[in-house]
Design a protein around this ligand. Sequence first.
Ligand code: NAD
Length: 245
Amino acid sequence: MMRIGILGAAGRMGRAIAEAAPAIGAELGGGVDRDGAVFGPFADAAELAVGTDVLIDFSVPDALAAHLDIARVDGGAIVIGTTGLTSEHHRLIEVAANDVAVLQAANMSLGVNLLAALVEQAAARLGPDWDIEVLEMHHRHKVDAPSGTALLLGEAAAKGRGVSLCAPNLDRNGRREEGAIGFASLRGGSVAGDHLVVLAGEGERIELGHRAETRAIFARGAIRAAQWLAGKPAGRYSMADVLGL
Ligand code: NAD
């Protein structure tokens, strides 16, 4: 049976994956965090990679380069759920994908990935006179904003419109720029993740949204992604590939 190794195993998502695995019939080989083993026999990420078939990384952006190097040396596969990634992180993922199977997704849930497809379709049908705003709310401990999922939805809208998502739209002051895709972030309490894409026209509005009620949906999605990725040739993959969207 395919064995999974968790990077960031002491965190909220790491623990959610460990909890979700038995019901899905996934075997966990071990889990490590910043200070070493959390469960299983492996002392660090390098040992974990050798002793397992697929790594699942829900840690911090600063650890990504090291985790990709470890996956490349081991030649296994790696699922990356960590968000707050910069364009440099994405470049490192592209480079690593020459040597190892890498699946990166800012959101591992079926619902959000389907929502992204719907947003892309709506943005493609509606003209640039429809304003697009992405709203999100997460728990008080979240460190990045806008959320990786909000950016994923913004990218989907931009793709539908045939434009690229511009950085200045992430930091809006005052007046709305024509054609901009806007973002708004709320933080508080224990919210697992709410996203709403508002397409606002003259005199009417479309709202497409998703509410995550539990982290278990991301954990199950990450495990499903790891099962799908095991044994795949080197390359970069997405949740849309796993879910057949
Ligand atoms: P968290 O802060 O609870 O956990 C992160 C863990 O990573 C911590 O235990 C921390 O000690 C550990 N860590 C830090 N440096 C490390 C290193 N060098 N090696 C190994 N572990 C290290 O955060 P969380 O809520 O579990 O979220 C983790 C990441 O996953 C965040 O970026 C979050 O936005 C993202 N996330 C993604 C999805 C998705 O579906 N893709 C869903 C939820 C959260």
